[in-house]
Design a protein around this ligand. Structure first.
Ligand SMILES: NC(=O)c1ccc[n+]([C@@H]2O[C@H](COP(=O)([O-])OP(=O)(O)OC[C@H]3O[C@@H](n4cnc5c(N)ncnc54)[C@H](O)[C@@H]3O)[C@@H](O)[C@H]2O)c1
Ligand SMILES: [Zn+2]
Ligand SMILES: [Zn+2]
Length: 363
């Protein structure tokens, strides 16, 4: 029987144990998981940021190999290399039809959308974000899977599923950063580093990385930041404005931490016509307060983005090409790999900010 890391209580470590999978449904695929990255959203699920019932299997940045497919599945066959898409697309709701599959109705209720496929010890177990990738084998919906180039190393490909698509997409598709733009990026974890490399790929002329951790700031430099600042420095918005052309302010400030205070500083740091791009998840109770009059008279925008505002099925092949052309840095993002048995260590290391990305590699 395959094994998985199951959360029974959010204040206790995950238990590594055998799971049972029910038979694969018509539109489902059985996948042998090869690797699954560890994202801050997995931690947030434990901190009640998401309404996420237990027991649950976390992990939503997963790549693997198809073992078998349901009777109505035509897009996948055994042996295919696949990436899980935590933002599924039905293809026919009003959002999918209008080219915004990241808002597909299927993506609502992210904490508990898949809760009848896996069980452990006689209880059904939810797959977090429809994926639940901290496991050796699982069942995924065919509309939540992307076929990928079989030559891609799967422990690298996994990162495309959340950190890279979210960060790169936030720059290219949500903000639509252009060559010469000036940007600030708050938070240089897996998401922020990919915002930075997205900004480099789009030709931004000023990329200021902001973090509380000096090691993260060094990583930010290596991946494309032109300048770095400590997040605890006083008057950050003034310093940021002072770094821009004519001291006018940033074109874009990205919050890759998830803090209303950072969003507020970003709003003060952007130029007229600038945008604050909210990527990080603040607590459900947090409310953002900004100057309405500045938003109106200075045409400042606050924009949220989920899944990098991308169509996963178009963007993943684009990202793979960029990696193969040595433009997208993925190898550098994997600070450490962990065995499934060490998944709790991987979560602790994320909590303490030790990794750009930690990746759990199944045995
Ligand atoms: N919008 C989306 O679709 C989406 C997708 C994935 C993740 N997320 C969210 O993005 C956020 C980042 O995720 P991650 O996996 O990169 O997390 P991470 O823990 O790897 O990185 C967060 C970084 O922020 C830094 N930081 C913390 N407080 C700071 C402050 N006050 N100022 C500056 N830097 C600070 C930390 O040192 C760390 O380097 C999380 O909130 C996550 O839930 C959103
Ligand atoms: Zn994530
Ligand atoms: Zn849809």
């Amino acid at each position: 029987m395959p094994r998985a890391a199951v959360v029974y209580r959010k204040d206790q470590p995950m238990k590594i144990e055998e799971i049972s999978l029910r038979p694969v449904g018509e539109h489902e695929v059985l996948v042998q998981i090869a690797a699954c990255g560890v994202c801050h959203s997995d931690l947030s699920a434990l901190n009640e940021f998401f309404a996420c019932p237990t027991p649950v299997i976390l992990g939503h940045e997963a790549a693997g190999i198809v073992q078998s497919v349901g009777s109505a599945v035509s897009a996948f066959a055994p042996g295919d290399a696949v990436l899980a898409a935590w933002s599924p697309a039905c293809g026919h709701c009003r959002f999918c039809k209008r080219g915004r599959p990241q808002l597909c109705n299927l993506a609502d209720d992210p904490g508990s959308r898949a809760n009848d496929r896996v069980s452990a010890g006689g209880q059904t177990v939810t797959q977090f974000l429809g994926v639940g990738g901290f496991c050796e084998q699982t069942i995924l919906a065919d509309n939540a899977l992307v076929k990928i180039d079989p030559t891609m190393p799967l422990d690298r490909a996994a990162l495309l599923g959340c950190a890279v698509i979210t960060g790169y997409g936030a720059v290219r598709y949500a903000a639509q950063v252009r060559a010469g733009d000036e940007v600030g990026v708050f938070g240089c974890g897996g998401i922020g580093l990919n915002i930075i490399q997205g900004a480099r790929l789009q030709g931004a002329s000023l990329i200021v990385a902001i973090d509380l951790d000096d090691t993260k700031l060094e990583m930010a430099r290596r991946i494309g930041a032109t300048h770095t600042l400590r997040g605890d420095a006083p008057d950050l918005h003034k310093t940021l404005r002072g770094m821009t052309r004519e001291r006018a302010g940033l074109d874009f400030a990205f919050d890759a931490v998830g803090s209303v205070e950072i969003a507020r500083v970003g709003f003060l740091a952007i130029a007229k016509g600038g945008e604050v791009i909210l990527v990080g998840l603040a607590h459900q109770k947090d409310k953002l307060s900004i100057s309405q009059i500045a938003a109106v008279t200075q045409e400042k925008v606050v924009r949220g983005t989920t899944n990098g505002s991308t169509d996963t099925w178009k963007t993943v092949p684009e990202l793979i090409r960029l990696y193969q052309d040595h433009k997208l840095m993925l190898d550098e993002l994997v600070s450490r790999t962990y065995a499934l048995d060490d998944v709790n260590q991987a979560m602790d290391d994320l909590r303490s900010g030790r990794n750009a990305r930690g990746v759990v590699v199944m045995g």
